[in-house]
Design a protein around this ligand. Structure first.
Ligand SMILES: Cc1cc2nc3c(=O)[nH]c(=O)nc-3n(C[C@H](O)[C@H](O)[C@H](O)COP(=O)(O)OP(=O)(O)OC[C@H]3O[C@@H](n4cnc5c(N)ncnc54)[C@H](O)[C@@H]3O)c2cc1C
Length: 894
């Protein structure tokens, strides 16, 4: 064990030597101190305030409360602590939460190791001693082996960006730095600038007291009624019925609150059913019910989101009597939830009061603050008090306020982060050894119940320090590979949600000059916890560990290379411990696939879906036709499903066909070609060709555009599409305008690297492909271009769009085919989908990160068919809809 020694040097300024120095005495700092001390590390906590509480110490404005139910927003590390404290309300007030944190500090005797009224100013890593030196605004300096910033995500208030604040002769308050003594508003003219969470909580209470309240709003926000009161009986019963289980469920949930995710999609519900769900969530007074429990697509899809947003707008209109004021209060510039929504008590109704005026700063920006009040470009408001509810320099503000933080080689963190924060796991930064940030940028933090995230970070960090101590390591540092990989993974995750579509403090947009980008981890609390655990189980992947008497350890690499949702799908499949498909026999495998398909999200509505048959070479072949809702005639795509020539039918890629039909605005005809082993090579290829020929000849009867067709296919269907193009060229038609080949089989050899790299673990396995080939085609036939189109003549084929996925055994033969087509003079575009697997694009509404690939495929189909690029759809959630005023707001926001 590292010796727990504390020494003090008496030389003008005192330098305290400890194992660990942590900064901050909020939820994070207190739990850290508890854990570190319990685990035998000498520790000091440094805190700018004169007491514990962090957020709840500083934010004392009227109406300040938590907006996650208090039974969830509290520590869970000690069951005895849980039973020792009873919350009085569903959403506790700031004084109650502050009392709770004081209670925790006393219960574990934490205050004795906290240096209050001590602000950390600078931090410098000394390579020779392998220690951090922290300097403070009083004489106390600290030398520590490990430096942990528990400085808070919302602890650095944003200074006002308005000229003249100093000239104002009245009282000025900041919600994030509220005085300890009561502020009296009675009889006063008050202005509140800002309508984020703090403003929305404070405004109704200030309005009750003030003679006149002027609310200056730049960006309207969605707010839901908190319906505060006692904690809901059903939630309490769940907690008390199985406290440990309830807490564990929260730890592995999406946002740190144990709620089931909704699995039904908006298009599977009638308008009345949607309204009923919405009204229930409205009555529940719970952000997460509204954010996650209406329908499965509300948080990931602009159309699903627009339905919620519109119902919320109805509520605002129904509450606010003056339609012009209501119009100004309605948000149109962001999807619901992309900006943090607020919980309120009487917020919208406050604007019906005669003493309240709303000033829409989109229509009349503030010019300046003068001695007597506030001047916009239209009016002047004389006021006695100005309350700034203008928010925080979130997530990075408090970290960067310690300046400089100098790491290895004297590099400053502010330089390293000049273009935005870069971290590994949101916990550590390459080049800054032995530094942890609790709930730092790159971790779920503000998109979660923060106490759950804090406990996870603290436990992970302290457990690492213990493990290092046991192994004799004294330094840790994230590698560049690991950090770069994490940044890529963050970017992938950000496509899972709609946060990227809003300018918010989540993205740094509220602070002028701040680098923009989604800062919190959007992949969810549970998946994040799983990743952190995996870093440990893979030998501290991405960390370099060193110590004086031990060999350096570094398992370098990226912790997540798959797309985040693909990773979750594979994990689920792994947990199901399924027998290999090829062990089930052909019929067993077909039954299994049918069972899997029955459980998947239903595809989206299209204009029309019709089943029919067409004449094949030896009898009728079934087909399913998907027609867009737009007026025709539309170009036709002849589509061949996947399934290794053995599995599937004309319905089996239903969600994919629907999605592509909607996105491309083209008719999809999915062909029920015959399968092996009943019908072996070349039946599938010949059926594909025959079907294409018939459809091209009967395009007009099918409501399609005559002249030519496009062919498309996935997997073995991609093989049939490619072969059909070769046969059509050689047999005098039909005219095929283009081919979309998604993860196609193009060749019979198994020796390309992707077959070995991705042999198992990514759903389509090498041995399953062996089985498919064996059932379809005898070895003697395999080099025939009707099954190995890569071996055929390629010149003169229609233009192609070839999609391959990184973690697919078929990847390299798809790329080889695209390259060979290009070499033969065929116009080819390639989409090489990073982090995806063979089934990524057909798992519609499951693999959300597949959307952008399908968008590209649809655009390609339109190009191949000679259609103009589709007009960019106006995002329904930002489409102005009601009155003239929102239109102006949306225009201003643009
Ligand atoms: C009004 C409001 C309501 C909120 N409601 C919720 C909610 O309902 N649910 C939820 O999950 N989250 C909520 N949050 C987020 C909240 O910040 C976290 O839940 C949690 O309190 C963060 O705890 P922390 O210890 O990480 O940081 P903080 O509580 O912010 O504590 C950080 C501490 O570090 C100190 N510090 C910072 N820099 C220095 C320095 N250089 N030197 C010395 N000391 C320093 C600060 O003074 C502060 O005391 C809310 C935030 C606000 C502002």
């Amino acid at each position: 064990m590292i010796a727990a020694s504390v020494s003090r040097a008496a030389s003008g300024c005192t330098t305290e030597r400890v194992d660990v120095a942590l900064v901050g005495a909020g939820f994070a700092g207190l739990y850290l101190l508890y854990r570190l001390r319990k685990d035998g590390f000498t520790t000091v906590a440094l805190e700018e305030a004169d007491d514990v509480g962090g957020t709840w110490y500083w934010n004392r404005y009227p109406g300040a409360r938590c907006d996650i139910q208090t039974i969830d927003y509290c520590y869970t590390f000690d069951p005895e602590l849980e039973s020792a404290w009873k919350w009085s309300e569903k959403y506790a007030t700031q004084p109650e939460i502050l009392r709770y944190l004081g209670f925790v500090a006393d219960r574990y005797d934490l205050r004795r190791d906290i240096r209050f009224c001590t602000k950390v100013k600078r931090a410098t890593w000394d390579q020779a001693s392998e220690r951090w030196l922290l300097t403070t605004d009083n004489d106390a300096a600290v030398s520590c082996r490990y430096y942990i910033m528990a400085t808070g995500c919302l602890s650095s208030p944003k200074p006002p960006e308005i000229d003249g604040v100093k000239d104002f002769e009245g009282e000025v308050y900041f919600t994030g730095r509220w005085p300890h003594e009561e502020v009296k508003f009675a009889g006063k003219r008050v202005a509140v600038i800002g309508t984020g969470s703090s403003g929305i909580q404070a405004i109704p209470l200030i309005a009750e007291q003030a003679a006149q309240l002027t609310v200056l709003q730049r960006t309207p926000n969605f707010a839901l009624p908190a319906h505060n009161g006692p904690a809901p009986a059903d939630r309490v019963a769940l907690l008390e019925g199985d406290r440990a289980g309830y807490r564990e469920q929260a730890r592995w949930s999406g946002a740190g609150v144990p709620l089931q995710l909704q699995t039904v999609f908006s298009w599977q519900l009638s308008a009345a059913e949607r309204l009923e769900r919405f009204e229930n969530a409205w009555a529940a007074g719970d952000l997460f019910c509204m954010l996650r429990q209406l329908w499965a697509d509300q948080g990931v899809d602009v159309d699903g989101n627009a339905l919620v947003a519109e119902l919320l707008r109805d509520k605002i209109c129904a509450t606010v009597k003056d339609p012009e004021i209501a119009a100004s209060l309605i948000p149109y510039d962001h999807p619901f939830g992309a900006k943090r929504p607020c919980l309120d008590t009487n917020y919208y109704a406050t604007f019906n009061r005669p003493n309240v005026t709303l000033v829409n700063l989109r229509q009349e920006p503030i010019k300046s603050i003068m001695a007597s009040g506030i001047k916009t470009d239209k009016r002047t408001f004389d006021v006695d008090v100005i309350v700034f509810a203008t928010g925080f320099d979130a997530m990075t503000g408090a970290i960067m306020a310690v300046h400089p933080i100098k790491g290895r080689g004297g590099k400053s963190l502010s330089d390293v982060w000049a273009n935005g924060p870069q971290t590994y796991l949101g916990l550590t930064v390459t080049g800054f050894p032995n530094l942890f940030m609790i709930t730092g940028p790159g971790s779920p933090s503000v998109l979660s119940n923060m106490v759950v995230s804090i406990e996870q970070h603290v436990d992970w960090a302290v457990n690492l320090l213990i493990a290092m101590r046991e192994a004799g390591f004294t330094t840790f540092e994230a590698t560049k590979t690991a950090q770069d990989g994490w940044i890529r993974h963050m970017a992938d995750c950000s496509t899972l949600t709609l946060h990227r579509l809003a300018n918010t403090w989540y993205t740094g947009a509220n602070v002028p000059g701040k680098a923009q980008g989604v800062m919190p981890y959007t992949g969810g609390v549970g998946p994040y916890r799983g990743i952190c655990d995996e870093v440990v189980s893979r030998g501290m992947l991405g960390f370099r560990l060193a110590g004086p008497n031990v060999a350096e350890q570094c398992n370098d690499g990226e912790i997540v290379r798959l797309q985040p949702d693909v990773r979750l799908v594979l994990k689920k499949l792994e947990e199901m411990k399924l027998a290999p498909i090829e062990s089930l026999g052909a019929q067993g495998a077909r039954d299994f696939v049918a069972e899997l398909n029955a459980d998947r999200p239903a595809g989206r509505p299209v204009g029309d879906v019709a089943d029919g048959t067409l004449p094949g070479t030896d009898g009728p072949l079934p087909y399913r036709l998907y027609r867009p809702a737009t007026p025709g005639p539309h170009p036709i795509v002849v589509y061949f499903h996947g399934g290794g020539w053995v599995l599937g039918d004309q319905h089996s890629d239903d969600p994919y066909c629907r999605d592509m039909c909607r996105r491309s605005g083209m008719i999809f005809v999915s062909i029920g070609y015959r399968h092996a082993p009943e019908y072996r090579f070349p039946t599938a290829a010949e059926d594909g060709y025959a079907a294409t020929r018939w459809i091209a000849e009967h395009a007009a009867e099918l409501g399609g555009r005559p002249g030519s067709v496009v062919v498309a296919g996935w997997s073995a269907g991609g093989n049939i599409a490619a072969v059909t193009c070769q046969l059509a060229r050689d047999r005098g038609g039909p005219h095929i305008a283009g081919q979309l080949l998604v993860c196609p089989v193009t060749d019979c050899t198994f020796d390309r690297p992707s077959y070995n790299d991705n042999a198992t673990g990514y759903f389509l396995t090498r041995s399953l492909m062996f089985w498919f080939w064996d059932l379809y085609c005898s070895p003697a036939d395999r080099t025939d271009p009707r099954v190995s189109p890569l071996r055929g003549k390629l010149a003169g084929l229609p233009p192609a769009f070839v999609v391959t996925c990184e973690f697919d055994p078929l990847r390299d033969e798809g790329i080889a085919y695209a390259d060979a087509l290009a070499a033969a003079g065929v116009p080819v575009e390639q989409l090489k989908a990073r982090g995806h697997i063979h089934t990524s694009f057909t798992m519609v509404d499951v693999v959300i990160t597949g959307v952008s690939g399908r968008v590209q495929m649809a655009e390609a189909l339109r190009r191949l068919a000679g259609l103009p690029p589709e007009r960019k759809q106006v995002d329904a959630s930002v489409r102005p809809a009601r009155t003239a005023s929102p239109r102006k707001i949306a225009a201003a926001a643009d």
